[in-house]
Design a protein around this ligand. Sequence first.
Ligand code: AVJ
Ligand code: FE
Length: 429
Amino acid sequence: MADVLAASRRRTDHLTSCVDDLDLTAQHSPLMSPLVWDLAHIANQEELWLLRNVGGRDPMHPEIDSLYDAFQHPRASRPSLPLLRPTEARHYGAEVRGRVLDLLEKVPLEGGPLLSGGFAFGMIAQHEQQHDETMLITHQLRRGQAALTAPPPAPAHRPAETFTQVETFVPGGPFTMGTSTEPWALDNERPAHTVRVEPFHIDTFPVTNAAYQEFIEDGGYTDPRWWTERGWQHRNRADLRAPLFWTREGGQWLRRRFGVVEPVPPTEPVLHVSWFEADAYARWAGRRLPTEAEWEKAARHDPATGRSLRYPWGDTDPEPRHANLGQRHLQPAPVGSYPDGVSPLGVHQLIGDVWEWTSSDFLPYPGFAAFPYQEYSEVFFGGDYKVLRGGSFAVDPVACRGTFRNWDHPVRRQIFSGFRTARSDRGDA
Ligand code: AVJ
Ligand code: FE
């Protein structure tokens, strides 16, 4: 447990030590907090859940709690708050962590639901990793010289052209969705329940930049036939013409990625598209987005046993050969890069690379119970949110499972979002 916590802190340090204090306190986009807010929010949540709720300690700095309550201050307003300075925020985080490690030696990892299986500690490690992904998004939005670098993923084993329009059949019938046994699963992934889906076909790989460019070149962005009414309004208002961070120069698509401008790689899964764009692409292709249940069946269902696996490759924790996770690379890997991560039905790269938009709204599973706080999931149910599945290259393995659910507004595209499409077995999409 201490190692898992240490890994999240190493990543936080990495993301906040490569820029100066001015950069840490600046707002790089109204969509994001200053990095120094995330830094102290991470410490504040750790203090709240581990030192106060688990350890029964008194608040260390009660006067700052409200500054770091995400529900009290929208992101755009956070730079004007009297936030802790970078040095103070780091000091606060280190002090909390020191006390947490003391507590970890004393407290039994069993008993109440908050402690059993080390849930509270796992929840806090996941929370820090989730904010690390948020901070990586801020880095991507930040202008100026590159602050982060990472080696590119290895080239794929097969040329990308062979993957165009390849799809995999998923049989109809029941499967187990969600989990009641995964110790660190968050409340919205619970409980396990049986869901039936009709037979369908799903893209074997995420939609690539090359395929997405065909949609652009075919006038996909200027033809209202492919868009929902709301999507079309949004496309006009926001003047969408291509994924976020793409520019066209001399007949070529370029993208800005962590401060570097480069040609768009045709074989990579498309990144930085909104739900509205993903939905329009699918309709243009004569297809549709998969539902969340369809995505999970394609990812977890093992037809040989009828059981749902923890991950597409089986029940073992993610290793680098399975998936592009953990910010080892600062981009998705070409399609075909992870034959070891394939699901029993034969679907590739469901975990890692890009978050995948589904057609589903973010709703509770039957039998849902908010735990340990309503603000984690419950207050978002029924709002204007679509579910994303699978996790991006920026997701740490500790915050990633076949059951993991993410959600965001359908207009959002600064997140590491892509998609794959599906079609029903019979009739139209
Ligand atoms: C699950 C990614 C939507 O970042 O807003 C972080 C996770 N919850 N702090 C978010 C979260 C509280 C959440 N997402
Ligand atoms: Fe948070």
